[in-house]
Design a protein around this ligand. Structure first.
Ligand SMILES: [Fe+2]
Length: 239
């Protein structure tokens, strides 16, 4: 057999894509400082308790509502919407469809929220609202990462997953992949379609993993959905 004079073209046209990047030191500091501010203030802790709106089986999940200064609010929104816009610009390359959006075509759906995950807590399989979502890591202690190498329960597993996130999509038919397990890394961010199922596995270390999430709306997509809905109504009326 020879490869000479022969071409192989592999297409991978199905499924969502995930973009991994980093947040700025400035954004990281604002989010972490404000998260601790909420955690330490009994009034804010009560007022911003966001657990009823979230799937996490966690003792502490807070919305950032009213906790940022005006200037911090602007910085947070500007950087996150910009990152979501970058996410959309990978569409052409990743799925062969250009879904690029400029920041002004995207809306950050408030509130941004923070998860303080402790020993034995977990986040079951769930998806988000909106069009695009993200999760970023403010603090990931070394003990959690080491647990995957050193603990009796994880170190011999073929899927060491303590404290890791898994994204799941589709049905396995062979020569495919339906799950993607990733390490949380401080200051890193994952951007993904809001409806993409994901979960976070528990860890056993006596430490705390801090992550932040928020969702975005795509106004171009929303306008299309509205248009399609209206078209359907017209069709129905004609019958
Ligand atoms: Fe989530």
């Amino acid at each position: 057999m020879s490869l000479v004079g022969r071409e192989f073209n592999a297409d991978r046209p199905f499924g969502p894509y995930i973009v991994r990047s980093t947040i700025s030191d400035e954004l990281h500091k604002i989010l972490l400082d404000t998260a601790y501010k909420i955690k330490k203030d009994s009034t804010l802790r009560k007022k911003n308790d966001y657990r009823k709106s979230l799937a996490g089986n966690l003792k502490e999940e807070y919305s950032y509502s009213g906790a940022f200064t005006k200037e911090q609010d602007r910085i947070v929104e500007e950087e996150l919407v910009w990152l979501a816009s970058i996410y959309t610009k990978f569409s052409k390359q990743n799925i062969g469809v250009d879904m690029s959006r400029e920041p002004h075509q995207l809306t950050l759906h408030k509130p941004v929220w923070v998860n303080f995950m402790k020993q034995g807590e977990w986040n079951p399989s769930h998806s988000h609202t909106g069009d695009i979502s993200c999760v970023m890591y403010l603090k990931v202690p070394k003990e959690i990462r080491d647990e995957n190498k050193n603990s009796e329960t994880s170190n011999r597993s073929n899927t060491p997953s303590a404290g890791k996130i898994e994204f799941c999509y589709g049905e396995s038919i062979g020569y495919d992949r339906t799950g993607l397990i990733r390490d949380p890394i401080e200051k890193e961010i994952f951007l993904f379609p809001a409806k993409l199922k994901h979960m976070v596995y528990p860890f056993k270390s006596k430490s705390e993993r801090i992550s932040v999430s928020v969702n975005f709306g795509d106004s171009v997509q929303a306008a299309r959905n509205l248009h399609n809905k209206n078209s359907l109504n017209i069709l129905r009326e004609k019958k």
